[in-house]
Design a binder for this molecule. Structure first.
Ligand code: MEV
Length: 418
């Protein structure tokens, strides 16, 4: 059993976690099939700073959330007394939770605080979360948010013994981040939070320990954001109702997706010359299956057409219905070809990033000595950003987002001063 050591005094710290790209097996994973995912270099960052009063404040500048609670007004929650974490809605009492896009994030905060800290003598603190991940695009922005939040609150509750680096710490972060995902999405599989926690490449089957894939081959991919908003909850519900109506047919589709993921595991582990060609095949097959489940979108089909004309295979990634597509960039594709594809995708109004998959998972960094906080945050961000595998063209693609994030010291930190 973990014995909590409540921390009443602490120095500011920064938690970061990556987004994820599902390579194979989305949706089927909800029904116990295997999926393969990898971390992407875009991350979420939570800066945690102490306050001199007993209030807790959650600041999410990217979605205009800034809420503050008196710790005594937040409910103490016992997870075993709730039938599902989303029941937190019925326990918020007089804590005012805003309507709109930030509601789920605030409810998750209330849930995790209520379970992890409400019963402990906690000094006030502020958590400010910023993210480089586009929201609602299938890149796990919600999971990386839940991972940084769970890690931050576990760290404050004294339950992490190795700053999130040990297997036990990571397991705990992952469990609580999953509860946060349940508040937001109802019935998620747990794959998104597992990738954001552990990083690298994972084979994930619900209820089993995620299996790290020893892939030496970082995959070069294009991630294309259709900018078409989607609701993971609604897409999950759509597949569920199709399966309720046609169980045999849909179970057959889900089984085929599972076979695709199993083939991918052996391809990741093999070194044969035809690996890339076979990966392209199964990317196409997997997209076809997802389309059969009704989770594709015209914008995603357009991306498939454009990339196929350049001999590149694409599939939707994440929940679908818009969001993002991934395209495998073959090793023999010239820079001109890749630039051509990117130009054509941009012409359609899509945003396209070139990146590799498989960087670091959750990380906690402490402010040391008397370093001014602004300078420390800047240096941490530089270090965290460079943790992920990156290429020159990727840096160029992310330049706008990265520089947008560097406004953090000027706006959020100024607001954060207790
Ligand atoms: C969402 O990124 C992936 C889905 O399979 C849902 C889930 O696994 O929770 C669609």
């Amino acid at each position: 059993m973990v014995v909590a050591i409540p921390q009443t005094e602490f120095k500011p710290f920064l938690v970061s976690a990556p987004g994820k790209l599902i390579l194979f097996g989305e949706h089927a994973v909800v029904y116990g099939k295997t999926a393969i995912a990898g971390s992407v270099s875009m991350r979420a960052y939570a800066l945690v700073t102490p306050r001199s009063d007993s209030k807790v404040r959650l600041v999410l500048p990217d979605i205009s959330v800034d809420v503050q609670f008196d710790t005594s007004k937040l409910p103490q929650l016992n997870p075993s007394e709730l039938s599902h974490p989303c029941e937190v809605e019925n326990h918020v009492g007089c804590a005012s939770v805003p309507e709109g896009p930030g509601r789920m994030a605030v409810l998750t905060f209330v849930y995790l605080f209520g379970c992890l800290l409400a019963q402990k003598p906690t000094k006030g603190f502020t958590v400010c979360v910023r993210s480089l991940l586009p929201v609602g695009a299938g890149l796990g922005s919600s999971a990386s948010f839940n991972v940084v939040l769970a890690a931050a609150l576990l760290q404050l509750s004294g339950q992490l013994y190795k700053d999130g680096k040990s297997t036990a710490d990571r397991q705990l972060i992952n469990e609580w981040a999953f509860a946060g995902e349940q508040v937001a999405h109802g019935t998620p599989s747990g794959i998104d939070n597992s990738v954001a926690t552990y990083g690298g490449f994972l084979a994930y089957t619900r209820g089993q320990k995620p299996q790290n894939l020893n892939s030496s081959n970082a995959l070069r991919v294009l991630i294309t954001n259709t900018n078409v908003p989607k609701s993971t909850k609604a897409l999950l519900a759509g597949v569920r109702s199709l399966r309720d109506k046609h169980p045999q047919v849909i179970d057959g589709v889900l089984d085929t997706i599972h076979s695709v993921a199993i083939s991918a595991i052996s391809l990741f582990e093999s070194q044969g010359e035809d690996v890339e060609e076979k990966l392209q095949d199964i990317i196409r097959l997997n997209h076809g299956m997802l389309s059969t489940l009704g989770v594709s979108h015209l914008s995603l089909e357009r991306i498939r057409e454009i990339t196929a004309a350049h001999h590149m295979a694409s599939k939707l990634t994440g929940a679908g219905g818009g969001g993002c597509a991934l395209t495998l960039v073959p090793s023999n594709a010239s820079d001109e070809t890749v630039e051509d594809v990117k130009r054509m995708l941009a012409h359609e109004g899509f945003q396209c990033y070139q990146t590799t998959v498989g960087g670091a998972g959750v990380a906690i960094s402490h402010c040391v000595g008397a370093q001014p906080i602004e300078e420390w945050v800047r240096s941490m961000l530089d270090r965290q950003l460079s943790l992920a595998p990156s290429t020159k063209s990727e840096d160029a693609g992310y330049g706008g987002v990265v520089s947008a994030f560097s406004i953090l010291p000027d706006t959020a930190i100024a607001k954060l001063a207790p």
